[in-house]
Design a binder for this molecule. Structure first.
Ligand code: MTE
Ligand code: MTE
Ligand code: MTE
Ligand code: MG
Ligand code: W
Length: 654
C-alpha cells in the first residue's frame, strides 16, 4: 500500500502514441518527497544537458505534490517542469485549481510527456482510461475556450483541463498553460506544449488517496485549522494590507492599489508615479473592479478566495488573480482599470504570462519612441496607448511581423533588433523579465533572492521575513512576540536589532551571514511547499503562515507513514535543492549569471554584493562559482551528481 502518493507515473511517448502506467520506486519519496523534488530527479536522470528547449528529448512533466488529494488544506499545486526556451534552465511554473487532485484521484503522481506528436492532440485521463485524442479541430482556439470545448466533447463536465492558446501553438516564449482559475504562467510551458503539439490535458479521477495514520493526521490538521482561524481574526500589525493576512495577495478583493501603483514602475519598468493614487482614481478603479469581478473563487480544498471570475461588460468570462490585474495598465501607462480587464481577457485566451508579456509590449513601444523600431515595424498600429497594446499583443501571439521577434522575450528580441536595443533590456535576470520594481538602496536579502533562486522570480523565496525594518522597538517586540514559525530563536533578535536607518540598516544589516540564514530558511520552506504541492499563499509566501518547519514533518509523517523529523525534512529539501542547482549548473548557470539588473537599485555596493554572494555560497556548501561541492553533494547522498559534474569538467578539485 502506498500512502499519500499514488505510486504511478503516466508515461506518454508522443512520437509513437505509446502510453504506459509505470510503478515508481517508493524510495523516491523518502529522498525527494514528490512534486518539484521528484520532478527534478526525473529530469536529472533522463534529460542530458545538451538538450535544448525544443528538442524532442526535452521532457514536459505535469506533477502533483505529495500531499495533493489528501485533506491537507490548500495542497493543490501542479508543478509543470521542462527546460525553458527563455532561460534555458529547468523551469517549474505552477498552477492551482483542481487539476492535481483529479490526477491523483486517477491514480497518478505525474504525467511525463516525451518526444513530439506529429499531429495536434490532447490527452484525456479518466482513472484507468487514458487516451491521446485528435485536437486538430481545436487548433487556433483560445486557452479558456478550449477547456470548455473539451469538457463538452468528452461529456465530462467535471474534467479539469489545462490548455494552451494561440501563443503556445506558436511557441511564444511567454506562452502560459491555462487551467480553470489557474495558470502555470512563467518561462514558456505553453511553448513546450505547442512544440510537442499537445493542445490540452484533461483529467478526471474518482479513486482514493490513503493516509498512513489518520488519527494523528487529523490532530495535526485541527491545529492548522485553529491557526488559520486565529490568523484571520488577528491580521499582522504595522505591515501593508496585502501582507497582513494569508492567501496569495488579495487583489481581487481589495481595490486600494496605492502601494503597487506608486511603488512599482510604469512603462518598460521606467517611471515611479508617486502621486498617482488620487481620490478620483480610487473611485473609478473601485467601480471598475466591482463591475468586473463577478465572484471570488478558491482552489481545491482551500479556505481562502484569492481568484475571481471576471467578466468586464460584454467580454467572455475568465479568471484572474493577484498582480496580473495591474501589469498591462501600468506597462501601457493607461490610467483606466477597464483597460486591464479587457486586455487580460484577450491575453488569457492567447495564453500568455501576464508578468513578462506586458513588459515585452512596453519595451517595443519604447524602442519605437526611440526610433530603433520604425513605422515599418509598426505599420497598421493604432496610435493610442490602448490600441497600440492590443495590436502588439496580437502580433506577438500570432508571431506576425515584429511580433515574431518580440515573441522570444525582451532579452533575445533586444539582441536580434540590435542598434542600441540592448540598453532597453534593463529588467531581466537570467534572460527572464522581472517585476518592474526599481528602488533606492540595495536590499541585501532581496539581492540574494533575486540572484540565486532557481525559479528566477522572487515569489519562490520571499515571504516569511518582513519586507523592511519596523520603525519602533514596540512594533518589533509586537512582531516577534508570537512567532512560532521560525526555525531558530536567533531570528527574533535580528528583527529587534534591525533599524530603518543608521549602522544596523540596509545594506549592511542584516549582515551577510544573517542574510544567508534568513534567505536559506525562506527558500527551504518554498521548496517544501513545491514538493508537497502546497500553495505558498497559505504557507511560505506569508508572514507567520499556518504551515511551517515544526508542523510539516508531523503532517507529512502522518500522511505517508515516513518517520520524518525536522532534521530529516531539511535534509530532503536540501537534497532536492542541490540537485536542481547542479542541473542548472550543467545547463551553464554560473556566478556571473547571478545578478539583478544594474538599475534595480539606485545605490549599489559592488564589494558588499560580492561578499553577500560568496558568504551565501559558502553557507550553502557551494564553491566560489555557485556549484555544489563534492563534500556537500555526498552529505546529501548525491555522490552520483558529483561524479557527473566532475566527468563533465564542471566541478574541479571537489
Ligand atoms: N499569467 C497568466 N496568464 N495568468 C496569471 O494568473 N499570474 C501572475 C504571473 N503571470 C498570472 C500570470 C502571478 S500573480 C504570478 S505570482 C506568476 O504568474 C506565477 O508564476 P507561475 O505560474 O509560473 O508559478
Ligand atoms: N504556490 C506555490 N507552491 N508556488 C508559487 O509560486 N505562487 C503564488 C500562489 N501559490 C505560488 C503558489 C502566487 S503569488 C499566486 S498569484 C498564485 O499562486 C497563482 O495561482 P495560479 O498558479 O493557480 O494561477
Ligand atoms: N515584493 C515586493 N517588494 N513588493 C510586492 O508587491 N508582490 C508580490 C511578490 N513580491 C510584491 C513582492 C506578488 S503579488 C507577487 S505575485 C510576486 O512578487 C511575484 O513576483 P515574482 O514573479 O518576481 O516572484
Ligand atoms: Mg501559476
Ligand atoms: W502572484
Amino acid at each position: 500500500m502506498r500512502y499519500a502518493e499514488a505510486g504511478y507515473y503516466l508515461e506518454v511517448d508522443l512520437a509513437t502514441g505509446n502510453i504506459e502506467r509505470v510503478a515508481t520506486d517508493p524510495k523516491l519519496m523518502e529522498l525527494h518527497l514528490g512534486g518539484l523534488g521528484t520532478s527534478v530527479k526525473v529530469h536529472w536522470d533522463r534529460v542530458p544537458p545538451e538538450t535544448k528547449a525544443f528538442d524532442p528529448e526535452n521532457l514536459l512533466v505535469f506533477s502533483t505534490g505529495l500531499l495533493n488529494g489528501t485533506p491537507v488544506f490548500s495542497a493543490n499545486r501542479t508543478v509543470v517542469s521542462f527546460i525553458s526556451p527563455q532561460s534555458g534552465t529547468l523551469a517549474y511554473p505552477m498552477m492551482g485549481g483542481f487539476f492535481a487532485a483529479e490526477l491523483k484521484y486517477s491514480g497518478y503522481d505525474k504525467i511525463i510527456f516525451k518526444n513530439k506528436s506529429p499531429d495536434w492532440v490532447y490527452l484525456y485521463v479518466s482513472n484507468n482510461k487514458v487516451e491521446l485524442r485528435d485536437a486538430s479541430h481545436l487548433q487556433g482556439r483560445g486557452a479558456v475556450e478550449t477547456q470548455e470545448l473539451i469538457r463538452k466533447e468528452l461529456n465530462d463536465p467535471k474534467a479539469q483541463v489545462a490548455a494552451i492558446g494561440l501563443a503556445g501553438e506558436n511557441r511564444v516564449f511567454t506562452a502560459s498553460i491555462e487551467q480553470s482559475r489557474s495558470s502555470a504562467s512563467r518561462l514558456g510551458g505553453g511553448a513546450i506544449m505547442g512544440d510537442k503539439k499537445i493542445k490540452a490535458v484533461a483529467v478526471r479521477g474518482t479513486g482514493d488517496v490513503f493516509l498512513a495514520h489518520p488519527e494523528a493526521f487529523m490532530r495535526e490538521m485541527q491545529g492548522v485549522t485553529d491557526y488559520i482561524k486565529y490568523r484571520w481574526e488577528n491580521p499582522i500589525k504595522d505591515v501593508m494590507t496585502i501582507l497582513s493576512g494569508i492567501g496569495s495577495p488579495q487583489e481581487m478583493l481589495h481595490t486600494d492599489e496605492k502601494w503597487h501603483t506608486e511603488n512599482f514602475a510604469w512603462g518598460n519598468a521606467r517611471t515611479r508615479r508617486r502621486d498617482f493614487w488620487t481620490e478620483e482614481i480610487d473611485e473609478s478603479w473601485s467601480k471598475s473592479q466591482h463591475g468586473a469581478v463577478k465572484r471570488l473563487i478558491s482552489c481545491y480544498n482551500c479556505p481562502t478566495h484569492c481568484g475571481a471570475l471576471i467578466s468586464h461588460k460584454d467580454t467572455p468570462r475568465y479568471m484572474a488573480k493577484c498582480f496580473g490585474k495591474l501589469t498591462y495598465a501600468m506597462a501601457a501607462y493607461v490610467d483606466d482599470l477597464d483597460f486591464s480587464w479587457k486586455i487580460l481577457q484577450r491575453a488569457t485566451e492567447y495564453g500568455v504570462d501576464s508578468f513578462s508579456t506586458p513588459q515585452i509590449l512596453a519595451f517595443a513601444v519604447e524602442l519605437y519612441e526611440a526610433g530603433i523600431l520604425t513605422d515599418k515595424d509598426f505599420k497598421g498600429c493604432p496610435s493610442d496607448k490602448e490600441g497600440r497594446f492590443f495590436w502588439l499583443l496580437d502580433r506577438v501571439a500570432r508571431r506576425e511581423g515584429i511580433g515574431d521577434i518580440l515573441a522570444d522575450g525582451v532579452y533575445f528580441a533586444a539582441r536580434k533588433i540590435g542598434n542600441g536595443a540592448e540598453a532597453f533590456d534593463h529588467n531581466t535576470i537570467k534572460k527572464h523579465e522581472q517585476l518592474p520594481i526599481k528602488l533606492g538602496t540595495l536590499d541585501p536579502l532581496y539581492f540574494l533572492m533575486y540572484s540565486t533562486n532557481e525559479k528566477i522570480s522572487i515569489t519562490q523565496m520571499e515571504g516569511q521575513w518582513p519586507q523592511s525594518a519596523f520603525p519602533t522597538m514596540e512594533q518589533r517586540q509586537e512582531f516577534v512576540r508570537d512567532w512560532p514559525q521560525i526555525p531558530d530563536e536567533k531570528f527574533k533578535q535580528i528583527v529587534l536589532d534591525w533599524e530603518l536607518r543608521g549602522e544596523k540598516s540596509i545594506p549592511y544589516f542584516p549582515t551577510p551571514d544573517m542574510c544567508s540564514e534568513i534567505v536559506d530558511w525562506m527558500e527551504m520552506m518554498h521548496n517544501i511547499d513545491d514538493a508537497v504541492g502546497m500553495c505558498c499563499g497559505m504557507s511560505s509566501f506569508c508572514l507567520k503562515p499556518p504551515y511551517h518547519i515544526h508542523n510539516y514533518p508531523k503532517i507529512i509523517s502522518a500522511a505517508t507513514g515516513m518517520d520524518l523529523d525536522e532534521a530529516g525534512l531539511k535534509q530532503i529539501a536540501n537534497r532536492s535543492r542541490n540537485l536542481h542547482r547542479a542541473y542548472n549548473n550543467r545547463l551553464g548557470i554560473r556566478r556571473v549569471d547571478e545578478k539583478p539588473p544594474e538599475d534595480h537599485w539606485k545605490k549599489r555596493f559592488p564589494e558588499l554584493e560580492e561578499e553577500l554572494l560568496s558568504t551565501y555560497y559558502t553557507y550553502k556548501g557551494w564553491n566560489n562559482d555557485g556549484i555544489p561541492t563534492r563534500e556537500k553533494l555526498e552529505e546529501l547522498d548525491l555522490g552520483y551528481v558529483a561524479d557527473d559534474l566532475e566527468k563533465r569538467g564542471i566541478l574541479k578539485n571537489g
